[in-house]
Design a protein around this ligand. Structure first.
Ligand code: 8GP
Length: 880
């Protein structure tokens, strides 16, 4: 008997049709039966949001069809799988990405047009899925796109936050306002709820003889999000977890009139997956955050372990050959303890066997050296929430410290040889370092008083490099250093750009590196060239395809080197420039619609988009604009004619509790208000802050940019990924020798970037010794600071401490070197203006940027992860 498929009446095994009229019928069917919108209302009676949902439901059929085939095939072949564990996936919108990756753009454009709509308008009806803060979350999204495109068996695992990254509004005074991101208000047509896939997640409770009895339990429910590859039938998966109560409702409490109590369980559970933490490198330390982390890690590991067990029974030694978990920064690192718990407590393995398997199955990526972002949980908090895990971490710490002892003793002996200790100071090493849990439980640390006096160097070193250490700022408070736990529990540890991977070996993980150098690797980041060039810049993509004579470059980005030979071709340059100009005009229209600011399209478009942070130095950028404004104001009409007109655009969110970042947002907005309304300036300078910067904005801003600001203090930006997106779109870089800028300079030729500032090796000396007596302020810097102080942009009082932070060494310490780098920054800015006057030279460089961007495809990055860490090979799904 034939099974009838709901949408097109064909047999269930048939693929959804790709013929425009059949697709049109399918969209109508979905509108009618999924959205509930009568087709009689087509074309004029339906809003874009309803039509979008009908179209999305139709596209989803194609995705699910290929998704099922992929997952069935992989399940049958049973290859090794990579599981990418990440608290953040910053996906952005899905409609256009899905139709383009499935190569159905023309089909759907035609079908939708026949219904009286256009795909571009429908695109804007989709909410942005902003389940991430910034670079780290967007990287995870690029990675799963590349995994699918490369046919690599793997899934992403994360949290289905009910509210994503907060929405940012700028009020009429220039302040940032934070509003909830209700991204699921119209439903999410891309996900597949899996009510049948749930896992129990325990918290609190007690441990008796290694047996954990949780005091609170919630359910994790799975939602699958199909991730289409490009030019392949493979569709990968992003599985996100939602937290639910185990018991729906306490009816007896309700009947007794205790309404709050009746729903308390539900609320407590739902809180766990309610909100993405709106923090980016700021201190928080909330128990709920740790709860979220354990929640998704435990669900993901239980899921993967169950899948393994269904195939391989108790052959646990095989686990490292079948699964690898990549921990995206410290957020998922409780996985080290959870995998141990699952193997020991649930699968009855002994400690050594479980530890051997764990260390072969986990890998860890570090994304920042900012100390405030390297998570450390108080033993008290972790021990209360996850008592069994605390025991496991204690033991791991013990083993780790034992392995350190030899090295530490040797170091101390060496030190003593050079510098003999006073007789009493050489205290013998204790046999056992007291367990942190014991200390927390109130057992006094041995020889407390003595320790105070003698400061045993061995103990001090062990404390410094231990997974469990004493909080240097709060005596007696012990912390679990999650990054250290991850390093010890992983087979590989990587940084995200060459310089960053080098820095972590020299600094935060120095001792770990010296003990196990083989673990440390570099995996320079990349971005998907589908979303970040082919789809967001169709004009340039078409020119590239025409010039290279092939449309396969989005899957083989090194082909872009073929553009190099056209870099000096004047005709080609003209076409290249025309596309940029068109993109600028489109952006100007969008900015006008959203902010009301009119932008001319001829000036140089200069853009800085990223989270607002002192280390990223948006502050330095706006100070240089302030100085430029001063120059314009004081110039004669004749001199004014010599200025190179500029449109400076900023975008980015400040973490809600980040005091200085919020002031920077305000300053940029205030400068914009003054400059944009000053008749002396006219079109020579415009300053725009785009509110609520997100993936969607990035897709419009990046293709239009001519200059981008990558100006972090050297040694602070781990990699940066917007630099790569800008580069792909032929945008020149003004920047420091930091993060991936260094590798971009290698690919493009350093002379084609506008490089300035101290390099990473010079920064520590400035901070440690020169900063105190440094008085070499450039007069232009002094002028700009004066203008911040004197009320030129209003809010005189409000901006004083922002000015102090980089100027008055008694009040602020200019940790990020705004003052000492400023003069060289202005020199680089002058160079920018000079080169921009020579449009042929500018365009030549622009072409060379795109031509040299092949290395920064996330396909390359993922291939390296697969080959060098994961040991996962492509398993292409046969086309049916
Ligand atoms: C970011 C880095 O700042 C950026 O340089 C890099 O390109 C990106 O990760 C991807 O590797 N780091 C973070 O977003 C980060 O560390 N976030 C945690 C603090 C939450």
């Amino acid at each position: 008997r034939e099974v009838i498929s709901p949408s097109n009446g064909a047999s269930a095994s048939a693929k959804p049709s790709t013929d425009p009229s059949a697709v049109q019928a399918d969209v109508l069917q979905n509108l009618e039966y999924v959205v509930g919108a009568p087709s009689s209302k087509i074309p004029n009676g339906l809003d874009a949001s309803s039509v979008y949902r009908g179209v999305a439901a139709s596209v989803r059929e194609h995705l699910i069809d290929a998704f099922n085939r992929t997952q069935d095939y992989w399940s049958e072949k049973d290859p090794k799988f990579v599981y990418y564990l990440s608290a953040e996936f910053l996906m952005g919108r899905s409609l256009m990405n899905a139709v383009q990756n499935l190569e159905l753009t023309d089909t759907y454009s035609q079908a939708v047009k026949q219904l009286g709509y256009d795909l571009e308008t429908l695109r804007d009806a989709e909410q942005n899925a902003a389940l991430g803060n910034g670079g780290l979350g967007r990287l995870a999204a690029c990675f799963i796109d590349s995994m699918a495109t490369l046919n690599l068996p793997g899934w992403g695992y994360g949290i289905r936050y009910k509210y994503g990254m907060f929405k940012q509004a700028i009020d009429e005074k220039g302040y940032q306002q934070e509003l909830p991101d209700i991204w699921l208000s119209n439903g999410n047509p891309w996900e597949i709820p899996r009510p049948d896939i749930t896992f129990k997640i325990g918290f609190y409770g007690s441990v008796d003889n290694f047996k954990w009895s949780p005091g609170e339990t919630v359910l994790a429910k799975a939602y699958d999000n199909p991730i289409p590859g490009f030019k392949t039938p493979t569709v990968g998966n992003l599985r996100l977890w939602e937290a639910l109560p185990v018991a729906e409702f306490d009816l007896s409490a309700f009947n007794e009139g205790k309404y709050d109590k009746a729903v308390e369980e539900r609320r407590k559970a739902e809180d766990i997956s309610a909100v993405l933490y709106p923090n980016d490198a700021t201190e928080y330390g909330k128990e709920l955050r740790l709860k979220q982390q354990f929640f998704f890690v435990s669900a993901s590991l239980q899921d993967a372990v169950a899948r393994f067990k269904a195939k391989h029974g108790d052959n646990w030694q095989l686990l490292p050959e079948k699964a690898v978990f990549q921990m995206n920064d410290t957020h998922p690192t409780i996985a080290v303890a959870e995998l141990m718990r699952l193997l020991i407590d649930e699968q009855s393995l002994d400690w050594d066997t479980a530890w051997g398997i764990t260390q072969k199955t986990l890998a860890f990526t570090n994304h920042t050296v900012m100390p405030e972002a390297l998570e450390k949980w108080p033993v008290k908090v972790l021990g209360k929430l996850l008592p069994r895990h605390m025991e496991i971490i204690d033991k791991i710490d013990q083993i780790w410290k034992d392995s350190l002892k030899e090295k530490v003793l040797a170091q101390v002996e060496e030190m003593h040889k050079k510098n003999p200790p006073k007789p009493k100071a050489a205290k013998p090493l204790k046999k056992e370092v007291p367990l942190a849990a014991k200390a927390e439980a109130g057992e006094p640390a041995e020889d407390e008083d003595e320790e105070e006096e003698e400061e045993d160097p061995v103990e001090a070193a062990l404390n410094k490099y231990g997974i469990i250490t004493e909080n240097p700022w709060e005596k007696g408070v012990k912390l679990v250093n999650m990054a250290y736990l991850a390093v010890v529990g992983s087979k590989a540890v990587n940084g995200v750009a060459a310089i960053h991977s080098d820095i972590i070996k020299r600094t935060i993980f120095k001792d770990f590196y010296e003990l196990a150098p083989h673990k440390f690797q570099n995996k320079t980041n990349g971005v998907t060239p589908r979303r970040w060039l082919a789809w967001c810049n169709p004009g340039l993509a078409a020119l590239i395809t025409e010039t290279l004579g092939t449309d396969t470059w989005p899957n083989d980005l090194n082909l872009l080197t073929g553009l190099r030979k056209h870099a000096d071709d004047k005709e080609f340059q003209k076409k290249w420039r025309a596309i940029k100009h068109e993109n600028k005009a489109k952006l100007a229209a969008k900015i006008k619609a959203r902010t009301g600011v009119d932008l001319p399209t001829d000036p140089l478009y200069d853009i800085q988009i990223k989270r607002i942070h002192e280390y990223k130095r948006q502050y330095m950028n706006i100070l240089s604009i302030i100085y430029r404004y001063h120059q314009l104001k004081t110039a004669s009409p004749e001199e004014r004619k010599k200025f190179v007109p500029r449109v400076t655009i900023f975008g980015g969110k400040a973490a809600s509790a980040y005091y200085m970042a919020k002031k920077i947002v305000r300053l940029i907005n205030r400068v914009g208000m003054v400059v944009n309304n000053d008749p002396d300036v006219k079109d020579l300078l415009k300053v725009v802050f785009v509110p609520d910067y997100n993936v969607d904005w990035a897709e419009a801003l990046i293709p239009a940019a001519e200059l981008c600001q990558q100006i972090s203090t050297a040694g602070t930006e781990a990699s940066g990924t917007s630099n790569m997106k800008f580069q792909m779109n032929g945008c020149l870089i003004i920047g420091t020798m930091d993060g991936a800028n260094i590798e971009i300079a290698e690919e493009v030729g350093k002379e084609n970037l506008f490089i300035f500032g101290m390099d990473e090796s010079e920064v520590p000396a400035w901070r440690e010794s020169k900063r105190a007596e440094w008085k070499d302020y450039d007069p232009r810097f002094v002028k700009a600071i004066e203008m911040v102080r004197d009320g030129t942009f209003g809010d005189k009082e409000y901006f004083q401490d922002l000015a102090d932070s980089v100027y008055d060494m008694k009040k602020g310490n200019d940790w990020f070197l705004v003052a000492p780098d400023f003069a060289d920054y202005l020199r680089a800015q002058e160079e920018v203006d000079k080169v921009y006057l020579d449009q042929d030279e500018w365009t030549r460089r622009s072409i060379l940027y795109t031509a040299g961007s092949g290395f920064f495809s996330s396909d390359r990055t993922i291939k390296q992860y697969a080959d060098e860490i994961w040991d996962v090979v492509p398993v292409p799904v046969p086309s049916s």
